[in-house]
Design a protein around this ligand. Sequence first.
Ligand SMILES: [Zn+2]
Length: 380
Amino acid sequence: MGRGLRIATIRGIEIKLHPSFLLALLWVTYYWGIAPDNGLLGVLFGVFILTAIFVCVVGHELAHSFVALRYGLTVHDITLLPIGGVARIEQVPMTPRREATVALAGPILNLIVAAVLLPVVLAVALASGVRDAYGFLLMIQGIDGASFVIHLWIANLMLAAFNLLPAFPMDGGRIFRALLTGVSNRVLATRVAVFLGQFLALALIAAGFYTRDVALPLVSIFIMLAAFVESRMIYVEAALRSLPVGQFAVWDSGGVSPDSPLSHAVLGGPRDLAVTEGGVVVGMLWRDEVLARLHQGNSLRVADVMDRDVTAMDVDSSVYDVHRRMLATGRTAIPIVEGGLYRGIFTSDRLVHVHRYLQERFGTRDRYRGLIEALGLMGR
Ligand SMILES: [Zn+2]
């Protein structure tokens, strides 16, 4: 998602303004300047409020991001759209507890801001002699400090409330799924949360028609697309869990012996190789290490360079589990055994084949994914 104007970088996370953010500025100009006939002062005040609210939106996304960073996830960037922020956080399988913690962090930040603002809002309301909701509504029409504080307070409450709705792709949907995963499986839990997301989106479209508000249908389109992407990622995950790694491993006749000279091991071109003794995997010969040590002469044997800290996985293990192990060990290949004996190797290159295979199975759905990526709506 290379689009967007970079406005800041915080702890390595780029914060970008999506081109569509111009719509928000146009809306502010109309809502604060033209419609109430407040002129330039109204527009400036509107831009000031918009900026303050989006500082809170950035805070919300940074709260997600900082918790994610603490769990060792990569945060790619944060993009601000007219309808809110999107933090692109690495999609890695996590425990339901961690997933819920990452999701909760955003709304909690807005609740804290709202709690801090509450005494100010009360003081301002008391000082202006406001007695009821109508007086409150009148106050937020004004172009002054009181109106500003109340707007910011309401915005933070709404950010928290909206994001806590138990529907994908809102944070509440993730928390809801994490809770459901405890009592059900992840795919079913996701389906329920996605269904609620679609229901909510339809409700927003209906509300948009009823109130003649264009923002609501726009938000609902965003919700539907994001829910779709989320459900697809979960189906891919479920598919990866059902595919045995044996179906995609590269079959190998026997690996190299620990006693072979290192130079023999690179005869077929440098690559990650399994080291076996009597058919049993005893280590791995990593391509990079071989290349780094080849110049040390011909006296080196495979046993001198091999990595003995290697776990092989069974042919019946799922591609999903093998991939997780690769991520956990930070290695690009894993030896595959059958009945305890070496049969072949699964490398990160093979993952491309797995995804191609899945793409054929899921077919045209990927067109939508392209559309969503183009819109820059991927992420959380
Ligand atoms: Zn959030």
